[in-house]
Design a protein around this ligand. Structure first.
Ligand SMILES: [Zn+2]
Length: 454
């Protein structure tokens, strides 16, 4: 009995000592990041000097070159590229749109959706059918829809507390609206921007055509524009909508994921990934989406080096290419990991904006999630209260097939969809402090994953 008690006591002591060591290490991670952080100035360069970085663009190539050079300058153990072929869609000349009542034309801000075809050079003009859902559209049938422009106008649900839930509930209109409309003979599809605020900036985003269905042009309308169009339609159901867009899909282009690595000292064959996606929509600087995630990931490795921390496992910062309109970089990364028989124990992605940290979503088995439980008290003092089952991230998603546990960095979500995929996603909207708190949160988690494994 006495022996058991002594054993129990020493176990408790060992646990407390480990927790103390962890809490000191995490404190020093935050100190380094908040007092000497580099991520904000890196983000300034990525957004202001390089700017938009859609797959296949010169901006994307510059971002590849620059992040590679940046990680080399940090003295990481290894920096390398992974070649990947990516879609190359270009917007062309700026779109035009208006609705016409009699001879009166009212301009509407629109942006072609990524992957859309162009209109004819003269544009397309037709009557408008407004719907809130696919079932509502189907109930109208081909008779009412043929030859018309379908206007998908279901807003993101403002009663959802997490705006990503509201986004998920509305985004099918953007992704598949053109296909659903074309099945019934529509000549165009316009969609209310996936945005939580009322503004005049159209928010673009990816869309897909289904095989065997005519390819019709499709665009996002600003939320204010959508409200005005909807109101005008009620007063004048016979109004017509005109839009012209000049976008085009070019042949696939060669691009790269960029990877920087600190090699593990004890278990170099166990890899922990921390990353974001380097590509961004053509309309914006891509500050929150996802310049923030990229510079935070590089900062995680910089902070570890600055603290003289020698990781047990290999830690990689990965700049994924082509999240926005193809996910080719994320798929390529996982394919190569499989081919090379690499063991990825965990992957952390930041792709929800550079806002105040709230926690991490976890994709893993209940047993794997339970291993994270003892870390919660260590992270709670830093505002990381929401840690549990959730979503990881698009780019790291393909790693799940290899048994990798995924962690999605969760910042406050309230302002993300004010900026997402629109020209207003600029450097000025990112707070240095919030960005750095995010980087420190990710570094703290990576430290725990490295020290304790999963
Ligand atoms: Zn993103």
């Amino acid at each position: 009995m006495k022996k058991t008690i002594t054993l129990l006591f020493s176990l408790v002591v060992a646990t407390v000592q480990a927790q103390n060591a962890d809490s000191v290490a995490i404190r020093s991670i935050y100190n380094e990041t908040l007092a000497h952080g580099k991520s904000y100035e890196w983000l300034r360069h990525l957004t202001k000097q390089i700017g938009p970085r859609l797959s296949g663009s010169t901006g994307a190539q510059k971002a590849v070159d620059w992040t590679k050079q940046l990680m080399e300058q940090q003295g990481f153990d290894r920096v390398f590229l992974q070649e990947v072929m990516v879609p190359h869609w270009v917007r062309g000349a700026k779109e035009e749109a208006y609705f016409r009542i009699g001879s009166k034309k009212t301009t509407v801000p629109i942006a072609a959706l990524g992957g859309s075809v162009a209109t004819s050079p003269k544009g397309v003009e037709a009557g408008v059918i407004e719907v809130k859902s696919f079932p509502e559209l189907r109930a109208l049938g081909a008779e009412k829809v043929k030859g018309k422009i379908v206007f998908f106008n279901r807003p993101m649900d403002p009663t959802k507390i997490n705006t990503f839930e509201a986004y998920s509930g509305a985004v099918e209109q953007r992704a598949n609206g053109a296909t659903e409309a074309a099945k019934l003979g529509a000549v165009g599809a316009i969609v209310r921007s996936m945005a939580s605020n009322a503004d005049d900036s159209p928010h673009t985003g990816g869309m897909r055509y289904a095989t065997g269905v005519p390819l019709i042009p499709t665009a996002a309308v600003s939320t204010n524009g959508a409200d005005l169009l909807s109101k005008s339609l009620k007063e004048n159901p016979g109004l017509t909508f005109y839009f012209k867009q000049n976008c085009e899909s070019l042949p696939d282009a060669k691009s790269y994921n960029v990877v920087g690595e600190l090699r593990g000292s004890e278990k170099p064959d166990e890899i922990i990934v921390v990353g974001g996606h380097l590509d961004s929509w053509d309309l914006a600087e891509g500050a929150h989406d996802d310049g923030s995630g990229c510079v935070q990931a590089i900062e995680v490795l910089r902070v570890m080096k600055a603290l003289g921390y020698k990781p047990k496992r290999t830690i990689r910062a990965v700049m994924f290419m082509n999240e926005e309109n193809g996910l080719r970089g994320g798929v390529k990364y996982a394919d190569l990991a499989k081919q090379n028989n690499e063991k990825h124990i965990a992957a952390v992605e930041s792709d929800n904006g550079g806002f105040t940290p709230r926690g991490f979503g976890i994709v893993g088995t209940p047993a794997q999630r339970a291993k994270v439980d003892p870390w919660k008290p260590l992270l709670a003092p830093y505002g990381l209260a929401e840690i549990g089952a959730g979503s990881g991230g698009a780019d790291i998603g393909p790693l799940a097939q290899l048994g990798t546990v995924l962690f999605g960095f969760k910042p406050d979500s309230q302002r993300y969809f004010d900026y997402h995929h629109a020209s207003v996603d600029t450097f000025e909207t990112v707070s240095k402090r919030e960005l750095e708190l995010g980087a420190a949160s990710m570094a703290a988690l990576v430290y725990l994953l490295d020290t304790h494994g999963l």
